[in-house]
Design a binder for this molecule. Structure first.
Ligand code: ACO
Length: 428
C-alpha cells in the first residue's frame, strides 16, 4: 500500500505522507498543506479531522469496539474497579499491587477539601447547577495547589491525578448537599472510592448510609464505562486548553463545561426528561418517535446516535444488562425502563434510524442505572464528569509529555463582509 497521498491543486501535484495507526487506521498528514499550497482543509464539526495522535483509547465505531490502553471495555467492566481503570487509563498499563496501594493511599490522603474551599460553597445560590459548581471548584482547587502548577515528574503527576480524582467526588457530593440544604459530610478514610462518594451523598450526621454491594458495583461500572472515550467534545476541550500549557486543574474545569451540554454529557439528563415526558403525557412511544422523525419539531431521540458509533455503543449494552440485573436484585420496578425498552424496540426497527445507523448510546441506559442508585437527576452529568476525569487527565498528560506538542490553533474559512468603511453613528 502506498504511504503517500497525491492530490492535484490548480494543476500542480502534491504528495502528503499517510500515517498509519497501530490498529491500521489511515490518515493523511496535511500539516504542510497550507505552507505548500495556500489551501486549508474545511471540516465543520471535525468529523474527518484527527486532531492528535493518541495511545489512550481505541474505538472502532462500525464494529462497536472500545478499548482502554488495548484492553476491551467488556473485560474491564467485568474484572476491574474504577480506581484501577483510572490508573490504567492515565499510565498506560495495569498497575502492580504496590502501585495500586500507593495510588489508593494517595486518593485517601487527598479526599478532603481544603477547609477554606468548603466555604466557597456558601457563595452559590440555592439550586445552582452542580455542573457550574463543579467546574468553578475544580478551577478554584488550583489556588490551593501551587506546587501542582508545573508538573515535571511522574511522582508529582500521580499526586496531582490523585488529588483531582479524589477531590472531585468530595466536591460533587458537597454540591448536592448544598442544593438540598444538608450539612456537608466529610469523607471516611476507611471507605473505598465508590462507597465513600455514596456516603458523602447520602449519609447525614448520626445516620450513616451504607450502599448495598449491588449499588457499589453499579457505580464502579458506571464510572469505568465513562473513564475515557478518545477525542470527544470535552476531551478535545481539555487538550485545547492544555495546549496553551494551562495547568491540569484549569484544563479539567474546561472539560466539565464542555461536558455540560445536552448533546454530550447532558444527554443522560435529557433522556430521563424525555422518558418522563412520555410517561406523564401518556403519549405512545410510537407517536413520540413519529414526532422525532418530522424534523421540523427539532425533537431528537435523546440517547440515540453517536458521531463515532454506527453500531451498538458497547457501553450501552453493558449498562443495559447491568441496569436490568440491578433493578431485579433490588426489586425495583421503574416505569421509565419499560418506556426505554419499548422505545429501543421501535427505533431499532424503524427505517429512519436504521438508514442513519442510530443506535442507543451510553446515555440511553445510564440514567436508569443512576436513578436506581438514588442519584438525583441534576447530578447525572456530574456523575459522568467524575467518571471521565481519568480520561481528561490521561489526555492532558499525553499532550504535556509530548516534546513536539504545539498550541492548538485551527484555521477558518472567513465568510463575513469584505473590506468596508466605518460609518459615523449619525449617518447610519
Ligand atoms: N434522533 C433523531 N435523529 C437523529 C438523532 C437522534 N438522536 N441523532 C442523529 N439524528 C439524525 C440527524 O438529524 C441527521 O439526519 P439527516 O441525515 O436527515 O440530516 C442524521 O441522523 C445524522 O446526524 P448528525 O446530527 O449529523 O450526527 P452527529 O454526528 O453530528 O451527532 C449526536 C451525533 C450529537 C450524538 C446526535 O446523534 C444526537 O444529537 N444524539 C442525541 C443526543 C445524545 O444522545 N447525545 C449523547 C452522545 S454520547 C455522549 O456524549 C456520551
Amino acid at each position: 500500500m502506498s504511504h503517500t497521498c497525491r492530490i492535484e491543486l490548480d494543476g500542480t501535484p502534491h504528495e502528503f505522507p499517510v500515517v498509519e495507526g497501530s490498529e491500521k487506521e489511515l490518515s493523511i498528514d496535511i500539516s504542510t498543506l497550507r505552507d505548500r499550497t495556500g489551501y486549508i482543509t474545511l471540516d465543520d464539526g471535525y468529523s474527518n479531522t484527527g486532531s492528535c495522535k493518541s495511545a489512550v483509547t481505541y474505538i472502532d465505531g462500525d464494529k462497536g469496539i472500545l478499548r482502554y490502553r488495548g484492553i476491551p471495555i467488556e473485560q474491564l467492566a467485568e474484572h476491574s474497579t474504577f480506581v484501577e481503570t483510572a490508573w490504567l487509563v492515565i499510565w498506560g498499563r495495569l498497575p502492580t499491587e504496590q502501585e495500586m496501594e500507593r495510588f489508593s493511599r494517595r486518593l485517601t490522603m487527598n479526599q478532603m477539601m481544603h477547609e477554606s474551599l468548603r466555604s466557597h460553597f456558601a457563595g452559590f445560590p440555592p439550586n445552582a447547577p452542580p455542573m457550574a459548581i463543579l467546574s468553578a471548584m475544580i478551577n478554584a482547587m488550583s489556588c490551593y495547589e501551587p506546587q501542582m502548577m508545573d508538573i515535571e515528574d511522574d511522582n508529582t503527576m500521580e499526586k496531582a491525578a490523585a488529588r483531582i480524582i479524589s477531590k472531585v467526588r468530595t466536591i460533587a457530593a458537597a454540591s448536592y448537599k448544598m442544593s438540598i440544604g444538608q450539612p456537608l459530610m466529610y469523607p471516611h478514610p476507611e471507605y473505598k472510592y465508590c462507597e465513600n462518594f455514596l456516603h458523602m451523598m447520602f449519609s447525614i450526621p448520626y445516620r450513616e448510609y451504607w450502599p448495598t454491594p449491588e449499588v457499589s458495583r453499579a457505580l464502579n461500572l458506571f464510572l469505568i464505562l465513562h473513564a475515557d472515550h478518545e477525542q470527544n467534545c470535552s476531551t478535545s476541550t481539555v487538550r485545547m486548553v492544555a495546549s496553551s500549557q494551562a495547568n491540569m486543574f484549569a484544563s479539567c474545569a474546561a472539560g466539565v463545561c464542555a461536558l455540560w451540554g445536552p448533546l454530550h454529557g447532558g444527554a443522560n439528563v435529557a433522556v430521563i426528561e424525555m422518558l418522563e415526558f412520555i410517561k406523564q403525557s401518556g403519549m405512545k412511544v410510537s407517536e413520540y418517535i413519529e414526532r422525532v422523525k418530522q424534523k421540523d419539531t427539532k425533537l431528537k431521540l435523546m440517547g440515540f446516535g453517536h458521531r463515532v458509533y454506527k453500531n451498538f455503543d458497547p457501553r450501552a449494552k453493558i449498562l443495559k444488562d447491568a441496569a436490568d440485573k440491578m433493578l431485579a436484585r433490588l426489586n425495583i420496578s421503574d416505569p421509565l425502563l419499560d418506556i426505554a425498552q419499548q422505545m429501543e424496540e421501535v427505533a431499532l426497527n424503524d427505517d429512519y434510524f436504521i438508514e442513519r445507523k442510530l443506535y442507543p448510546n451510553v446515555d440511553f441506559y445510564s440514567g436508569i442505572t443512576l436513578r436506581a442508585m438514588g442519584i438525583p437527576l441534576n447530578m447525572f452529568t456530574v456523575m459522568f464528569a467524575i467518571g471521565r476525569m481519568p480520561g481528561w487527565i490521561a489526555n492532558w498528560k499525553e499532550l504535556h509529555d509530548d516534546p513536539k506538542s504545539r498550541i492548538y490553533r485551527p484555521r477558518q474559512v472567513y465568510t463575513g463582509h469584505t473590506l468596508r468603511d466605518y460609518v459615523p453613528v449619525e449617518q447610519r
